[in-house]
Design a protein around this ligand. Structure first.
Ligand code: PMP
Length: 281
């Protein structure tokens, strides 16, 4: 694979980042994952805009312009022959002597690579997934997409150990989001998902799905919900750039609705895939 590191396109085995990089030492970095379908980027603009916001919240420089970022994405997709998969992008504050205070003169590190992956024909889209609930003990700025992903990793492992696929995190009695996705339930035809705040990541797929749902004249309520409410809902699902819309059929061993993939999640997945493919660049 060809990867990108600070202005250079290199074979992955030759790509290097300093051991003093603050991304490595302190998780002082942010990232984005953009899905590729038919060799094109889904919602590139949304991801680039959120990246700029994450960087700004952490007082980090934008390493390249949005236009340059787009051309790097496109070049890697082409060079690596990615038809379906993703582009991963990470920006860190760069290398400096270890110190908790931000260094004044560090140059940001920008790394991008691609991964091929079959996402559209995922078996889980047909069967739905099961989730367990775990306490949300992450930090308080989940709206910034940082590379501090250890707790979500632990959550995925706890889910696997319990024979489930993923975990929904709960804070003060309410679901915040999934380990790497936003969480939704459907009751009496109303789509319910937690409102945006610093408690959750502002999913790019969430924004798109809610937009498409609105166009399709579906009812939406943006508010917190509990695990109990979710277990008693008609349907549940998650969204993320790489899973699109994925039905959730079981929560903490209790079937949601009929325990099978519901019509709202199926329809939203279809609309999302169709519309995002049309708008891909
Ligand atoms: N929440 C969390 C915690 C995530 O890690 C992700 C995906 N990175 C999402 C939500 C979904 O965001 P997006 O739709 O932009 O992929």
């Amino acid at each position: 694979r060809t990867v990108y590191v600070n202005g250079e396109y290199l074979p992955e085995t030759e790509a290097k980042v300093s051991i003093f990089d603050r991304g490595f030492l302190m998780a002082d970095g942010v990232y984005e994952v953009t899905t590729v379908l038919d060799g094109k980027l889904i919602d590139f603009d949304g991801h680039a805009t959120r990246l700029a916001r994450s960087l700004s919240e952490l007082e980090m420089k934008e390493p390249v312009t949005k236009e340059e970022l787009l051309s790097i994405h496109r070049k890697l997709v082409e060079e690596n022959g990615v038809d379906e998969g993703l582009v991963y992008l990470q920006v860190t504050r760069g290398a400096a002597d270890r110190d908790f205070a931000y260094p004044k003169d560090a140059e940001p590190t920008l790394v991008l690579f691609t991964q091929k992956k079959n996402a559209v024909n995922s078996p889980a889209a047909k069967t739905g997934i099961s989730v367990i609930s775990i306490p949300d003990i992450r930090w308080g700025r989940r709206d910034i997409k940082t590379v501090q992903l250890l707790y979500p990793s632990m959550g995925k492992m706890a889910a696997k150990a319990a024979g489930a696929d993923d975990a929904w995190m709960v804070e003060d009695g309410f679901v915040t989001e999934g380990t790497s996705n936003n969480a939704y339930i459907v009751k009496d035809g109303v789509i319910i998902t937690r409102n945006l705040s610093t408690h959750i990541l502002h999913g790019i797929t969430r924004a798109a799905v809610l937009r498409f749902a609105e166009v399709a004249q579906m009812k939406i309520e943006e508010r917190p919900f509990t695990i109990e409410e979710a277990q008693n809902a008609d349907e549940a699902f998650i969204t993320s750039a790489t899973s699109f819309v994925q039905p959730v059929v079981k929560i903490d061993d209790k079937a949601v609705g009929t325990g099978t993939v519901g019509p709202v999640a199926s329809r939203l997945r279809e609309i999302y895939l169709e519309e995002s493919r049309k708008a891909a660049i």
